[in-house]
Design a protein around this ligand. Structure first.
Ligand code: NOS
Ligand code: ZN
Length: 362
C-alpha cells in the first residue's frame, strides 16, 4: 500500500491511535447516563430515551458558545456522584477507547465536580483509577491493549487549583500523569492559578492548559509564557498570529515560538465547531497547522457531546483536508511524543506498537 491509499473509517478504527485530550465527564455512553440517573436518583435529565438523550446532548452542545456548551455537563456530573458511578464511567471509557483502536489515552476530569454527595477528592480519584484499571483488564481480555494516564483538572471559575495540583502530585505514582485547568475561558485568565502551576513545576510534574479555544492569543501567551504550560488544550486560535498571503504563511512571534519549541496543540475539531471557535471542519485551522508542521495532535474533547471518536475525527480530516496515512501516523507519533508519561514508555509504544502498524501503509 502507498500513502495514496485513502484511509477508510474502518481502517482508521483499526489503526493504533493516541488521544491526549478527552474529558471523562464528556464521554459517557447515553445509556449509562440513563442507568446512573435511575440508580442514583438524579431527576434532572431532559429525557430517558437513549436515542433522544444522545441527540439532546449533541444539539445542546451545538450552541456556538463555550459557556452554553458547558451547561450540558450538569447532567453528566449529576449522575457521577458515587464511587460506583465514577468507576463504571471510567471503565466504560477505557473500553470504548480501546474498541476505537486507541493504544494510549490521557483522560481528564475535575475531581471537585464529584463531591456533591460527600465524596472526598481522594475518594473520587481512587474510584476513577479503579474503574480505569477494570476497563483496561476488560479490554485486554478482548485482545485490546490500552494504557491510560489521568489528568486532573481544576475549574477556572472555582478557586481550588492549588488543592487539585497537590492532589495530582499525591497520586502521581497511581496513574495520575498531569494537571490542567478547564471551564470558561473568557474572564478567567490562566494567571489566576499561578500558585498551582508553580507547585506542579517545582514538583517536576506536568501540566497542560485549556487556552486559545474561546479566547484569543493573549490567553495562549499567558499559558505559555507566564504559567509555563507544556501543551495547549486546543490552542487553535494560534492561527490569529499567522498571516497567509500569496508568498505563503508568515508567523508572528508567538506562533513562531509555539512552532519552534514544538509545543503540542491538542486540537479538537468537532468540539471547536460546536462552541463556535470555527465555522466548520473544512474551515478548521488543523489543515494549515499540519502543513506548517506545528506539533498537531487530533483529539475528541467530549465524545458524548460531539458524538465522535478519535477515528471519526481523523475520518473528518481525511474528507476535509485529504489526510493520508502519513498524516495520521504523523499526528499519532506527535501525540505519543507529547504524552506526560516517561520517555522510555513513550518510545516503547512508538517503536513497538505505532511504527510497526503504520510501516505497512506509509
Ligand atoms: O472544551 C472545553 N473547554 C473548556 N472546558 C471544558 C471543555 N470541555 C469540557 N470542559 C470542562 O471540563 C470539565 C472537566 O472535565 C468539564 O466538567 C467541563 O466543564
Ligand atoms: Zn477540553
Amino acid at each position: 500500500m502507498s500513502t495514496r491509499t485513502v484511509p477508510t473509517p474502518q481502517d482508521l478504527r483499526e489503526a493504533p491511535k493516541v488521544l491526549l485530550h478527552d474529558h471523562l465527564d464528556g464521554g459517557l455512553r447515553p445509556s449509562t447516563v440513563i442507568d446512573l440517573a435511575d440508580e442514583t436518583g438524579y431527576g434532572g435529565l431532559p429525557t430517558t430515551d437513549v436515542g433522544e438523550l444522545s441527540r439532546w446532548f449533541v444539539a445542546a452542545a451545538d450552541s456556538g458558545s463555550l459557556e452554553t456548551y458547558l451547561e450540558t455537563f450538569a447532567h453528566t456530573c449529576g449522575v457521577m456522584q458515587t464511587e460506583e458511578a465514577l468507576a463504571r464511567v471510567a471503565a466504560e471509557c477505557v473500553e470504548d477507547l480501546a474498541d476505537d483502536g486507541v493504544v494510549y489515552a490521557e483522560v481528564r476530569y475535575a475531581p471537585e465536580l464529584f463531591v456533591e454527595r460527600g465524596l472526598s477528592l481522594d475518594a473520587v480519584v481512587e474510584a476513577v483509577q479503579d474503574g480505569f484499571e477494570r476497563g483496561r483488564k476488560n479490554a485486554a481480555e478482548r485482545g485490546k491493549q490500552i494504557r491510560v494516564g489521568t489528568l486532573l483538572c481544576a475549574m477556572r471559575q472555582h478557586a481550588r487549583a492549588l488543592e487539585i495540583a497537590e492532589l495530582t502530585v499525591r497520586y502521581r505514582d497511581q496513574g495520575v500523569v498531569g494537571f490542567d485547568i478547564a471551564g470558561p475561558e473568557a474572564g478567567y485568565p490562566p494567571t489566576r492559578n499561578l500558585d498551582a502551576f508553580e507547585y506542579i513545576r517545582t514538583s517536576n510534574a506536568h501540566f497542560t492548559i485549556h487556552a486559545g479555544e474561546a479566547f484569543g492569543l493573549a490567553s495562549i501567551w499567558e499559558a505559555i509564557q507566564h504559567c509555563g504550560a507544556e501543551r495547549l488544550g486546543h490552542g487553535v486560535r494560534i492561527v490569529d498570529d499567522i498571516t497567509t498571503g500569496t508568498d505563503g504563511a508568515e508567523l508572528g512571534r508567538l506562533a513562531a515560538y509555539v512552532r519552534d519549541r514544538r509545543i503540542p496543540l491538542e486540537l479538537c475539531p468537532s468540539s471547536n465547531v460546536q462552541t463556535g471557535a470555527v465555522g466548520s471542519i473544512g474551515e478548521h485551522p488543523v489543515g494549515m497547522l499540519a502543513k506548517l508542521r506545528f506539533r498537531v495532535t487530533v483529539n475528541t474533547d467530549n465524545r458524548l457531546m460531539s458524538d465522535c471518536t478519535v477515528s471519526s475525527e481523523f475520518a473528518a480530516l481525511v474528507d476535509a483536508f485529504g489526510f493520508d496515512w502519513a498524516d495520521v501516523r504523523w499526528c499519532t507519533i506527535n501525540a505519543m511524543k507529547s504524552a506526560f508519561i516517561g520517555f522510555d514508555e513513550r518510545l516503547d509504544i512508538i517503536d513497538n506498537v505505532i511504527k510497526p502498524w503504520y510501516a505497512a501503509r506509509v
